[in-house]
Structures are given as structure tokens and as C-alpha cells.
Design a binder for this molecule. Structure first.
Ligand code: HEM
Ligand code: HEM
Length: 182
């Protein structure tokens, strides 16, 4: 039985973690700034580019996840912890798709820039569709609260397992972080 996730899935997980937290913090900052001001405008370009990158990484990740074997949950996990961890992972996967899709709906229908890291532009498939713009805006802004809660829980739970429980949770995603160096 495998003790850790597939190496490619682990690489995607940590790349996602860095890019996602950057996108989330930039989004949070931009959401607090008045529309049309600088540096909100420039930072939103970076935010959207990170978001689109995360979307493609999520597709790749799902394919890797579906075709590889995940380690079975640590035996120290109680039934309740197992359920909460599974729900948390499902929610994270849902967010990885829902945030880019709703962000794209809002920006594409609203006619806002969709330039990818100062290069080409993604097509505006919903141009001028006010209903799609509004739905994207409301969903993106509302889901943002779920993002803060679910990601905070995920990171706090990891810290709890590493610092307090000192079990194998982190080594499943980062095998070199051995729980028993001696
Ligand atoms: C995983 C990917 C993404 C995450 C985690 C994310 C997260 C966020 C967060 C937390 C906010 C602040 C919400 C608020 O305070 O109202 C935000 C705002 C925004 N996001 Fe995203 N986002 C992602 C992807 C995208 C994508 C792909 C686009 C567009 C292509 C996009 C476009 C926007 C826009 C335009 C805003 C500003 C909304 C406003 O202030 O009216 N986001 N995002
Ligand atoms: C500093 C940030 C992060 C840390 C320390 C961290 C840590 C971990 C650890 C230790 C695991 C393995 C848990 C287990 O197997 O029971 C894991 C799994 C997972 N993490 Fe994270 N994570 C971070 C950020 C993120 C972010 C930002 C996302 C997505 C938005 C994410 C999504 C997932 C998912 C979906 C799994 C389940 C494994 C899978 O099916 O891919 N993580 N994380």
C-alpha cells in the first residue's frame, strides 16, 4: 500500500498551494479597492492570469488523481476526522473549478480584460450578457467567503497534525517531511 500521493500530484498540489494563496490574497486586496484605481487594475490582471493557470492545473490534477492510487487515511484518524478531511478535500476541488469559472463569467460578460500575463487575450465568450456577468459577480464574491474558511481549515488542520498530533499527515503530501527522523 502506498504511503504518499503520486509524485506528480504532489508537485501539482504544492504549485497550486503557492499560486492559489497568491491569487486569493490579491483578490482580497483588489476587492477592497475602488474600481478603476491603480494598483487594483494591474493586480487584477495578475489575479485573473493566476486563476486561469489554476484552472488548467486543476484539470491536470483531476486526471492524475483519477489514474493514480491515493494513500489510505492514517489509522490514527477517527471516523469524524476522516469525514471532515474528505469533505474538506472535496470542497477544495470544487473551489478550484468554481472560482476560475465564475471569475471568467464575470470578466468575460462584463467586457473586462482577459489578457494572460501580458501576452494574448482569452476570448470573451459571454460578451455583453448582463445576466452572466451578474451571476458570475455574485457567485465569485460569495464563494470567496467559502474559500477563506475552507483554505484556513485545511492549513490549520495540517499544522495541528504536524505540531500537536505529530502523525504522518504531512508526509503523505511531502514524504521528505518525515515524522520520525531518529
Ligand atoms: C482559483 C482561482 C481564483 C480565486 C481563489 C479567486 C479569488 C478571489 C477573491 C477572494 C476575490 C475578492 C472577492 C471580493 O472581495 O469581493 C476575487 C475577486 C475578483 N476575481 Fe477572482 N479568484 C480566482 C479566479 C479568478 C479568475 C479566473 C478571474 C477572471 C478571469 C477572476 C476575476 C476576479 C475579479 C474581476 C475580481 C474583482 C471583483 C470585484 O471586486 O468586483 N478571479 N477573486
Ligand atoms: C500552505 C498551504 C497548504 C498546506 C500546508 C497543505 C497541506 C496538505 C496536506 C498535508 C495534504 C495531505 C492530507 C491527507 O492526505 O490527508 C493535503 C491534501 C490536499 N490539499 Fe493541501 N495544503 C495547502 C494548500 C492547499 C490549497 C491552496 C489547496 C486547494 C485550493 C489544497 C488542496 C488539497 C487537496 C484537494 C488535497 C487532497 C489530496 C488530493 O486529492 O489532491 N491544498 N494538503
Amino acid at each position: 500500500m502506498t504511503a504518499s500521493y503520486d509524485p506528480l500530484l504532489r508537485k501539482i498540489h504544492w504549485a497550486t498551494a503557492v499560486l492559489f494563496i497568491a491569487a486569493m490574497l490579491i483578490g482580497l486586496y483588489c476587492g477592497l479597492q475602488p474600481a478603476g484605481t491603480s494598483p487594483r487594475r494591474e493586480l487584477l490582471e495578475v489575479h485573473k492570469s493566476l486563476g486561469v493557470t489554476l484552472f488548467f492545473l486543476a484539470i491536470l490534477r483531476l486526471m492524475v488523481r483519477a489514474t493514480t492510487v491515493a494513500p489510505s487515511e492514517p489509522s490514527s484518524f477517527s471516523p469524524l476526522v476522516r469525514i471532515v478531511a474528505r469533505l474538506n478535500h472535496w470542497a477544495l476541488y470544487a473551489i478550484l473549478f468554481a472560482m476560475p469559472v465564475t471569475g471568467y463569467m464575470l470578466s468575460s460578460a462584463g467586457g473586462y480584460s482577459l489578457r494572460y500575463f501580458w501576452t494574448f487575450s482569452w476570448p470573451h465568450l459571454f460578451a455583453g450578457n448582463k445576466a452572466v456577468e451578474r451571476a458570475g459577480e455574485v457567485a465569485h464574491g460569495t464563494l470567496a467567503y467559502l474559500v477563506y474558511a475552507v483554505v484556513t481549515l485545511h492549513i490549520a488542520a495540517t499544522l495541528w497534525h504536524v505540531v500537536v498530533k505529530r502523525d504522518e499527515t504531512l508526509s503523505r503530501m511531502w514524504p521528505r517531511a518525515s515524522r520520525n527522523p531518529s
